[in-house]
Design a protein around this ligand. Structure first.
Ligand code: ADP
Ligand code: MG
Ligand code: MG
Ligand code: MG
Length: 417
């Protein structure tokens, strides 16, 4: 399909995509027999599952506006282009970690990809249900280390990275969403904000009057906007991960952008900490104490895996223009390279705590909330969970330079809870 953009519908999809080889080869040629469902539950796009005689595939299509808000908020279709290019890079850098991509149509802003069939579910859903997934920490830790290291000047040829940086620099509107919704809106009376009211009104006023917090949030925003370190996923929360007991796949990188390594890691860990603080609201069928312990374990193991893999890649794949081996290893100075690695891991750690704290705030005070808290029907109970998370977020963002280990953070979370 080429030509003018037109949104697909369940009714028009078979006719419009019936001639697309990438689809017919996989699911069957007789488009008249295709079964189509629209399952998009995200904030922005259409997602169709198409099933034919031979198999199934997913068709994801961008809309020229924000689905959550409607056509009063236009958003460019080219986000689909960035999602496609991010997926192909992630597959190269961390093989097997994203759905297989079959086809991209730029003018129709659509991507045809592997259908992650049941028992795949969205990780956030599984955590709300109290399921302990055994592999998520190592799988996600490896994904982050591999994509973030291999997309940076530590690994890439300078020329290639600069070309890539230029390509993704055009993802302006989605960056703008992050810049405003994550880093600024929670800290003033922005139009699209909402929070559990009146229960949280007092705490919200306190946070908006918190000078240290606001200055820190802006320092982090500056870091996000100005430190083009690596190709980020850009939206790596538990709603962008699909899991089974044994498999983990990252989806939905339309926010991909060159930014600080710590951003993806901090956003992801924040979502585990929010899952932790929300468990109290999901105890109808019994105590979630084991689930809480599991979630803190997941944060620790994810960070440990990230550190170990990042260190491994540092020692074995440091082929970019930064910290060249000619300065260290080639002169027999192994400790010099280790010293530089420690500095880098330390700054990733300090920054990820900041990003994590701010991410917690925006999911409770901003426009896009988390089902972890939203599905707690009892407003008072929900507000108690949210208040703990908000205080936790403030603490780790403001004190991030004085916090030295993930155990320290998890002890703090357990103490507040
Ligand atoms: P959005 O950008 O609108 O958030 P997502 O890419 O997150 O869209 O997809 C929305 C939903 O569609 C996901 O939460 C998931 O339920 C479903 N989905 C997306 N991609 C796939 C896939 N490859 N296989 C199965 N389901 C998918
Ligand atoms: Mg999504
Ligand atoms: Mg998305
Ligand atoms: Mg300390």
């Amino acid at each position: 399909m080429t030509g003018k953009f037109e949104a697909l519908s369940v009714e028009t999809l078979p006719k419009r995509l019936g001639g697309t080889a990438a689809l017919t080869e996989r699911i069957g040629k007789d488009a008249g027999r295709w079964k189509v469902r629209e399952v998009g539950d995200g904030n922005l796009n259409l997602v169709f599952i198409v099933e034919g005689d031979q198999g199934a595939a997913v068709v994801k299509q961008a809309l020229p506006y924000v689905r959550l808000v409607g056509d009063s908020w236009p958003l460019p279709l080219k986000r689909s282009f960035f999602e496609y290019h991010a997926l192909t890079r992630q597959e190269r850098r961390a093989p097997g970690s994203v759905p297989a991509i079959y086809h991209f149509d730029e003018s129709q802003a659509l991507i045809v990809m592997e259908y992650l069939a049941p028992p795949h579910v969205i990780l956030r859903r599984a955590l709300i249900d109290g399921r302990e997934l055994p592999n998520i920490a190592p799988d996600i830790g490896l994904f982050m280390a591999r994509t973030l290291f291999r997309g940076s000047d530590l690994a890439m040829a300078a020329k290639d990275r600069k070309a890539d940086l230029a390509l993704f620099a055009d993802n302006v509107e989605l960056c703008d969403i992050t810049e405003n919704l994550v880093f600024s809106d929670p800290y003033f009376d922005a139009k699209m904000n909402r929070h559990t009211s009146p229960q949280l009104d007092g705490l919200v006023a306190e946070l908006r009057a918190d000078r240290d917090l606001k200055v820190e949030a802006q320092r982090l925003k500056h870091l996000f906007a100005a430190n083009a370190e690596t190709l980020l996923h850009g939206d790596l929360h538990s709603g962008s991960i699909m899991v089974t007991d044994t498999e983990t796949r990252m989806i939905d990188p339309e926010f991909a952008f060159y930014g600080p390594i710590a951003f993806d890691v901090g956003m992801l860990l924040a979502n585990f900490w929010m899952a932790f603080f929300s468990q109290r609201g999901h105890e109808e069928k019994g105590s979630r104490a084991p689930m809480r312990a599991y979630l803190l374990g997941v944060t620790a193991e994810t960070w440990a895996t990230f550190r170990a893999e990042f260190s491994h890649l540092w020692r074995t794949e440091r082929s970019g223009m930064l910290y060249q081996k000619s300065l260290f290893e080639d002169q027999g100075d192994l400790l010099g390279a280790e010293q530089a690695l420690d500095h880098m891991l330390h700054s990733i750690w300090t920054d990820l705590l900041g990003f994590a704290g701010i991410e917690v705030h925006r999911r409770i005070l901003g426009l896009a909330h988390n089902a972890d808290f939203e599905t707690i029907a009892d407003q008072d109970l929900r507000a108690r969970c949210e208040a703990k998370a908000l205080r936790f977020g403030r603490h780790i963002a403001v004190n991030r330079r004085q916090i030295h280990s993930i155990d320290e953070v998890n002890n703090l979370a357990a103490l507040i809870e």
